[in-house]
Design a protein around this ligand. Structure first.
Ligand SMILES: [Zn+2]
Length: 301
């Protein structure tokens, strides 16, 4: 079939393309849903036989992953079993898991259940950006979630943000902003439950008040207005932090973590100095300052 754009957006069917003339393979309808489940083909619209659970599983698998809630021991098989049994339908349900709900999953022993519950407890105090990421708001990945957290400071402020306010956040703009507002409105019941459960939605999660970037330092945002790119493993005072945690620290200190070096980069944070990583070379070319973890700690922590 040849389809044209007509009258602005309405597609117009112009004519049939003969398979042989076109040389393309004939259309083969799918037999499984995109995630490999059987399809219910009894109606005009084919649906996955697992229903809503099909997409919930993917969302929950993302929510428990290392970059979101980082719940150790909660592999795909366990998530899928919890979703299939109806024990977990959304992110809030994760925080309401109990040992007995977990041990109802086939072959999940007491020790593993305890480990998962520990991870869930720990997730309650993660930085706000992680919780926002776990909600799986369309159009917001990890770095956008961190940016939203550092821009608004709390889930309540994010929820109260107008389309204009959201559109003003670097990287969102007028197209994404209304969609994010809609998503947040739809997620309101889940967010309410997270608050009731005691998940830290204040934006300072896991940071004690006397730590850098904590509430006691609310006025101190030494990296405000600076774009920082991080590369390589950290050393010295930052040695224990993963890349994501370093990026979170940068954003808590008011800076913006960027993934590449450009003329807009304020400095490159790396332990490798000018010993030859691609980013260090780029920084040298562009005259971007290279800062070691030790110097970073001295200046900003
Ligand atoms: Zn499916």
């Amino acid at each position: 079939m040849v389809v044209c754009r007509a009258g602005e957006v309405i597609p117009e069917l112009v004519g049939r393309v003969d398979d042989e003339a076109d040389g393309s393979a004939p259309f083969v309808p799918p037999t499984l849903c995109p995630r490999g489940h059987d399809l219910d083909r009894s109606g005009l619209i084919w649906r996955c036989t697992t229903g809503r659970a099909c997409a919930i599983g993917a969302g929950i698998r993302y929510a428990v992953s290392r970059d979101c809630l980082d719940i150790d021991g909660m592999g795909e098989v366990i998530v899928d079993a919890l979703v299939a049994s109806g024990a977990v339908n959304d992110v809030a349900d994760l925080f309401e898991l109990t040992a007995s709900k977990l041990m109802a999953v086939e072959r999940l022993g007491e020790a593993n259940a305890a480990k998962i519950l520990e991870g869930i407890e720990r997730a309650k105090t993660l930085p706000l950006g992680r919780i926002i990421a776990a909600l799986g708001i369309k159009g917001t990945g990890r770095s956008m979630s961190r940016r939203l957290a550092s821009h608004f400071g709390s889930m309540a402020a994010l929820q109260a943000a107008s389309i204009d306010e959201l559109a003003g956040v670097d990287g969102i703009g007028p197209v994404k902003a209304p969609a994010i507002v809609d998503e947040l409105a739809a997620l309101a019941p889940v967010i309410d439950r997270l608050e009731t459960i005691g998940v830290d939605l204040g934006g300072t999660g896991g940071v004690a008040s006397d730590e850098p970037g904590g509430p006691g330092h609310a006025a101190e945002r030494p990296l405000a207005g600076l774009a920082v790119c991080v590369t390589g493993a950290m050393t010295g005072p930052l040695a224990s932090l993963s890349r994501d945690e370093v990026n979170e620290l940068i954003e808590r200190l008011g800076g913006r973590a960027s993934s590449s070096v450009s003329t807009k980069t304020s400095f490159l944070l790396t332990a490798d100095g000018d010993s030859g990583t691609g980013k260090a070379k780029k920084a040298a070319e562009l005259g971007v300052e290279v800062v070691s973890p030790e110097t970073f700690a001295e200046r900003y922590l």
